[in-house]
Write a protein that binds this ligand. Structure first.
Ligand code: GLN
Length: 535
């Protein structure tokens, strides 16, 4: 039976509970344990798929086609945990299911209430994942900040689980903030005391405190926190700011957090070994041999979380090539007004990520044109492939005003269009082409050179597709159809002849890259960009 670690957060949001949870998973895997990590989100959306990136950051997509919180990306990048539809529980999902059961009469005449019906639904969701994954430890991150009204049912559910399972099966880890007050020259522990106090009011006493801080905490301060928060002295762990997120598990391990967790969960395992991670990932991050400048052209570039997996995958591609990736973020709307050559000058590679809506599209098309004409390595992802297609149709095939029907429904050349099945879609939630689809990679292409195999599967999240009606015209002028979903004859990857590296895919490779195992296309894109730089 799986044991459980519940991770809560206090004082403020954005402390990095997702990273902490993923790092705990990494450390436990290093001790030979199997884990899975899941996230409970207190908002009422059924999933984040309908939210704007400015609200929520990136929407992370799993193999089984769930649109989920970006923290699931951290879990997959740090660990071997299998995450899927059931790994992200939201208040919306819980109520949806409870109300559907009520309408079916499944509660047999009872008054349906938050306790026990909502809390039971949450507990069942958590237990189901633990049971189906059949892992040693299930890590459950509770979104939001302790003290929020929204997260109360989740906290009540995990309190009950601890009571039901007993100590030794279940621990609470609370991530908190220790602000450093410069004028006083010291850390303040009061917010942490209050936040732990709020947890205890609900009936949860944390077993371990992870203290986010910008400066090292002294032994005396740890003693004070331990005393006032009623946790063991050794259970006050410093979670100091680090330059590279992949260092977090090492910091925790150095302080013996893995030993502590194992002891509290009554598990005994040999010492954990993170040397390979340290030698390969961290060493290459800190002192790489090369450097490369990649320009990302998007419309949410002011928000670091909007293209989270893209940025991480570029870093992974850098690690694989022993190169520091300097990411130059360019707002596509600036390319509509400004001097393109000046803005894009010095880019060793250009990447256009996914996106929705017409804003900034023309700027992206200009960026593709620049990369194509100047033979700069180009990587288009999802919308990036669609704009690459539009650009080629307009400027090489002479199809004036070619467009995607998403942006110009009356275009004469709809090189990107909806599939018949998408035309019938009325509900916006979970109705795109989602999750993993098989793709056949054509031999002799850049993509085949990168993947080194013909059969791959990649994750999707889009409504529009390459319009096969235009395939021949584009092929004649130099487009290579390098990847096809054969079953339904859908174009998945396009490349260009007579270009050092121009690859654009309809899927999202960024969801399958890891720091110690970069995604083949990202690895190859960085290699091509390094070659461009040395020219
Ligand atoms: N807006 C495009 C579509 O729906 C691309 C989506 C994306 O880039 N994820 O097809």
């Amino acid at each position: 039976m799986s044991k459980f670690i519940f991770v809560t957060g206090g004082v403020v949001s954005s402390l990095g509970k997702g990273l902490a949870s993923a790092s705990i998973g990494k450390m436990l895997e290093a001790r030979g344990l199997t884990t899975t990590t899941m996230k409970c989100d207190p908002y009422l959306n059924v999933d984040p798929g309908t939210m704007n990136p400015f609200q929520h950051g990136e929407v992370y997509v799993t193999d089984d086609g769930a649109e989920t919180d970006l923290d699931l990306g951290h879990y997959e990048r740090f660990t071997n945990a299998k995450v899927g539809k059931d790994s992200n529980i939201t208040t919306g999902k819980v109520y949806y299911s409870v109300i559907a059961k009520e309408r079916k009469g499944e509660y047999l005449g009872k008054t349906v209430q938050i306790i026990p019906h909502i809390t039971d639904e949450i507990k069942n969701g958590i237990r189901k994942v633990a049971k189906e994954r059949d892992v040693d430890v299930t890590i459950v991150e509770i979104g939001g900040t302790v003290g929020d009204i929204e997260s109360l049912p989740f906290l009540e559910a995990i309190r009950q689980m601890r009571w039901e399972l007993g100590t030794g099966y279940c621990i609470f880890i609370h991530l908190t903030l220790l602000p450093f007050i410069r004028s006083a020259g010291e850390h303040k522990t009061k917010p942490t005391q209050h936040s732990v106090g709020r947890l205890r009011e609900i009936g949860i006493t944390p077993d371990i405190l992870l203290c986010r801080t910008e400066k090292t905490i002294t032994k005396e301060q740890k003693e004070k926190i331990a005393l006032f928060c009623s946790v063991d002295r050794e259970a006050v762990i410093e979670a100091i700011d680090v330059k590279y997120i992949y260092e977090v598990p090492l910091h925790y391990q150095k302080q013996g957090l893995d030993d502590l967790i194992l002891r509290k969960l009554n598990i005994s395992r040999p010492e954990g070994d993170l040397h390979k991670w340290e030698d390969f990932v961290i060493k290459r991050l800190k002192s790489p041999k090369h450097e490369v400048k990649i320009t990302v052209v998007g419309k949410y570039i002011t928000l670091p979380d909007a293209y989270k997996s893209i940025y991480e995958s570029l870093v992974h591609g850098g690690i694989a090539n022993d190169a520091r990736v300097v990411i130059n973020k360019v707002d596509s709307e600036d390319l509509e007004k400004g001097n393109i050559a000046k803005i894009l000058e010095g880019s060793d590679g250009i990447l256009i990520p996914g996106g929705f809506g017409v804003r900034g599209i023309e700027g992206k098309i200009r960026a593709v044109e620049y990369a194509r004409e100047n033979k700069i390595p180009f990587f288009g992802i999802c919308l990036g492939m669609q704009v690459a297609t539009i650009e080629f149709a307009r400027h090489v095939c002479g199809m004036k005003n070619a467009n995607s029907k998403e942006f110009d429904p009356s275009t004469q050349y709809p090189v990107i269009d909806l599939l018949e099945e998408q035309k019938k879609v009325r509900n916006m939630g979970a109705s795109m082409r989602l999750g993993a689809y098989a793709c056949h990679v054509v031999k002799g292409t850049h993509s085949h050179k990168a993947y080194k195999k013909e059969n791959i599967a990649e994750r999707h999240r889009h409504r529009y597709e390459f319009n096969n009606h235009f395939r021949k015209d584009l092929e004649k002028k130099g487009v290579v159809f390098a990847g096809i979903h054969q079953e339904r004859n859908l174009v998945e990857i396009i490349e260009l002849k007579d270009h050092p590296w121009f690859v654009a895919c309809q899927f999202h490779p960024e969801f399958k890259s890891k720091p110690d195992k970069a995604h083949p296309l990202f690895q190859d894109f960085i290699a091509a960009s390094l070659a461009q730089r040395s020219k």
